[in-house]
Design a protein around this ligand. Structure first.
Ligand code: AMP
Length: 143
């Protein structure tokens, strides 16, 4: 029985990403579901609070390009169509919600570090995605 027809996996492009990606690929195969892959590039202005009097657009372009290249490499390795490799710019949680609604996704897959205590209070992307998602969310425990 197929539980899901369209799965979105969000990756942060660290060395942990393949752990999340592999589970999403297996789930999509088991469910015969379409798989979408995304990475959200955070606007560089956020990181520097707009305090630095310099043009950050070139840096932003380089981050976008690096993300596209990495998603293309994953796409090739895991058989994800080019149209389903999506680089967005903004806050990861909001962009992941937006994309999942726009593309009619029924399962979002993210990684989770299983934070506890104060770290949990400070929040994580997995938490942020879970709260406000209009579909199921799978948090893959990162080891
Ligand atoms: P974090 O809470 O930042 O440690 O991230 C946990 C998980 O959230 C990652 O394994 C990804 O699935 C997802 N994630 C974090 N940052 C991003 C990002 N910039 N774009 C897409 N997914 C992300």
């Amino acid at each position: 029985m197929s539980l899901y027809s369209k799965i979105l996996v969000a990756v942060d492009l660290t060395e942990e990403a393949p752990q999340v990606l592999r589970k999403a690929v297996t789930l999509s195969q088991q469910n015969n579901a379409e798989l979408l892959l995304t990475h959200v590039v955070e606007p560089v202005g956020y990181a520097y609070g707009g305090d630095i009097p310099m043009d950050l657009s070139e840096l932003q372009d380089q981050l976008d390009k690096a993300a596209r290249e990495q998603l293309a490499a994953y796409g090739k390795e895991y058989g994800i169509a080019e149209d389903n490799q999506i680089v967005a710019v903004g806050r990861p949680e909001s962009e992941i919600h937006h994309l999942s609604e726009e593309r009619g996704v029924d399962l979002i897959v993210v990684g989770s570090h299983g934070r506890r205590g104060i770290q949990l209070l400070l929040g994580s992307t997995a938490n942020g995605v879970l709260h406000g998602a209009k579909c199921d969310v799978l948090a893959v425990r990162i080891r």
